[in-house]
Design a protein around this ligand. Sequence first.
Ligand SMILES: [Zn+2]
Length: 259
Amino acid sequence: MHQEIKAVALVLMAIMLSSCTSNKASEPQKTKSVSWSHHKGEIGPENWANLCDTFSKCGGKAQSPINLVTKKIAVDDSLTAPTFSYGESKVDIINNSHTVQFNISGKNQVNLDGKEYTLLQFHYHALSEHTIDGKYFPLEVHFVHKHSDTDFAVLGVMFEEGEKNELLDKYLADFPTSKGEFKSDADIDLLSLLPKDKSYYNSQGSLTTPPCSEVVNWYVLKTPVTASKEQLKQFSKILNNNYRPIMPLNDRAVRAYSE
Ligand SMILES: [Zn+2]
């Protein structure tokens, strides 16, 4: 019985309410909430595109995540190093029932390809969403930046098992394990969350959750950061397989920048 309750709780945890608009001419324009899940099934990733009109992009041709095939990715000399003007930020940690997200305040920016993007939040997926040569990592963090409503940049950083992770060391015990929020007065040094080497793979793609809008410049860093075995185990339990399956590359190009 206990196991059953646990299973139901886990499924509920993975379900999230998203607003959804019906554009059917026969109905007056109305917004309703639609549940979706990362897990296979009626409201799982294979059916996101059909759940409502505003999720139709989930069936698009430039979807994320993708598998990065390193031998097919050429270094592009026109790409430049990202220039960070990140500072310190207070944290507001939210479990929105499909990820653990750090909302941050202040003007933290990165210049990518000559454009300024402002950091809005970062959040985690376990397993990783992108794969490199078919290999999954235990965890991937996404730093979500905005330039305009149609131009986002998401910086993805992989985790591998190793030295314990300082941020997780500080906050993992405070992460809400189900829908909820945790505010802290501590400041976090955002730059310290990234690896030293900022070499990356770049491609055009989408948000990896509904409505899957194709508005994202993806920058997946080649160098992972580390977390301990215990941290990865504990965090993965909370995240509960919140990764979207790999999507087809179709005719998109993937470029690489190397330091
Ligand atoms: Zn993400």
